[in-house]
Design a protein around this ligand. Structure first.
Ligand code: F6P
Length: 383
């Protein structure tokens, strides 16, 4: 439950960044620090490398000088990790380090721990509150845009810009060579990034995890393009996209995590005793390119954008929403409002109880206007 702690003034906060980095983290840290120090004289302590630094009590004091000049910098000055306080790898063994994390919060006289991160971070922060009993506040960060309770996460806009530029560039070379180019876009298990960049870059086919695809339908779409004189095609595929078979297996609970490539004879071979072994784990985009080349007879190539999408300077929009979230967090802390996520709502911000966010994922809903728009543009969504 969110708590308005009006009896106790917030004097000192801890800040950490956790999970995959993204552009906008430094802008958000700067927002929290400047507004906390400036308006209410709150002391700010940074923990290094996410929850691991909290457990190991590795700190740095964050003052106005330390955050000067970081607005435009990518990455995070605090460092990050994917460590969970309750399942931390210590000397090769997973250990519950919740008590150590909580102890270090008290040792540093921290009234509230501010955690900047994606879905996993929301869960970890909520765990520290519900099990460890400390007060926390979170901000929604991730290029995947899949955090529940916020209109948008910071990092998404920059990544969408990078992926869109890549699709633009792929267009010219695909046109010259009359090829299919399959461009793999991050997003974990959600399709926001592939859909957003796919529409912005004018991809001919967009495949996202929320809509399991049928490659024969995609091949028919490419054939119709060829018949109309268009001899190239760009396919934007989300890294988590699923074929119909994979989708059915996943929803029946049978094929959790199982990829189509696992039963593909080109990928799985058998040793002399008939025991299967994997030659390589074929990435989703190359699997799709190989199959489409077979189905259409058109030469296909693959581009996987990978971590390029997470690097570099944040876009103006990400700088602006990160700053807004950071300063709104400082205002919430000043009010003594804890155990909430500060979220983007319209042009402004709001607070959402962390209990309503932790463990939830925001997927692309079937009636989302972006999907309708893609359909009306003649984009094939894999069905
Ligand atoms: O959550 C952000 C994200 O970039 C996902 O899109 C991607 O699946 C994952 O992180 C990659 O993680 P890592 O940086 O640990 O390889």
């Amino acid at each position: 439950m969110s708590k308005k702690n009006s009896a106790r003034q917030t004097r000192c906060i801890g800040v950490l960044t956790s999970g995959g980095d993204c552009p906008g983290l430094n802008a958000a840290i700067r927002g929290v620090v400047k507004a906390s120090i400036g308006s209410s004289g709150i002391k700010v302590i940074g923990f290094l490398d996410g929850f691991r630094g909290l457990v190991e009590n590795r700190t740095v004091e964050l003052d106005d000088r330390r955050v000067s000049g970081i607005l435009t910098q990518g990455g995070t000055i605090l460092g990050t990790s994917r460590d969970k306080p309750h399942k931390m790898l210590i000397g090769g063994t997973r250990m519950d380090m919740t008590a150590a994390a909580v102890e270090n919060v008290h040792r540093n006289h921290i009234d509230c721990l501010v955690c900047l991160g994606g879905g996993g971070t929301q869960k970890n922060a909520y765990h520290l509150h519900s099990v460890g009993g400390i007060d926390v506040l979170t901000l929604p960060k991730t290029i995947d845009n899949d955090v529940a309770g916020t209109d948008i996460t910071f990092g998404f806009d920059t990544a969408m810009g990078i992926a869109t530029e890549a699709i633009d560039r792929l267009h010219t070379t695909a046109t010259s060579h009359h090829r299919i180019i399959v461009c793999e876009i991050m997003g974990h298990n959600s399709g926001w990034l592939a859909l957003g960049a796919g529409i912005a870059g004018g991809a001919d086919v967009i495949l996202i995890p929320e809509i399991p695809y049928d490659l024969e339908a995609v091949a028919r779409h490419l054939e119709r393009r060829r018949m109309s004189g268009k001899r190239f095609s760009i396919i934007a595929v989300a890294e988590g996209a699923l074929s119909r078979t994979e989708g059915e297996e996943q929803s029946s609970g049978k094929g959790k995590k199982k990829k189509e490539s696992e039963s593909d004879p080109l990928i799985v071979q058998h040793d002399e005793d008939g025991v299967p072994f994997h030659l390589v784990q074929e990435p989703k985009a190359s699997q799709i390119a190989r199959q489409l080349q077979q189905l259409t007879g058109t030469e296909a190539r693959v581009t996987s954008l990978g971590h390029v999408q997470r690097g570099g300077s944040p876009s103006p929009r990400d700088r602006q929403i990160s700053s807004l979230l950071g300063t709104a967090a400082a205002e919430a802390l000043n009010r003594g409002e804890y155990n909430v996520m500060v979220a983007i709502r319209g042009d402004g911000s709001t607070t959402v109880p962390l209990a309503e966010v932790a463990g939830k994922k925001k997927m692309v809903p079937p009636d989302h206007p972006w999907l309708r728009s893609a359909e009306l543009l003649g984009t094939c969504l894999g069905v």
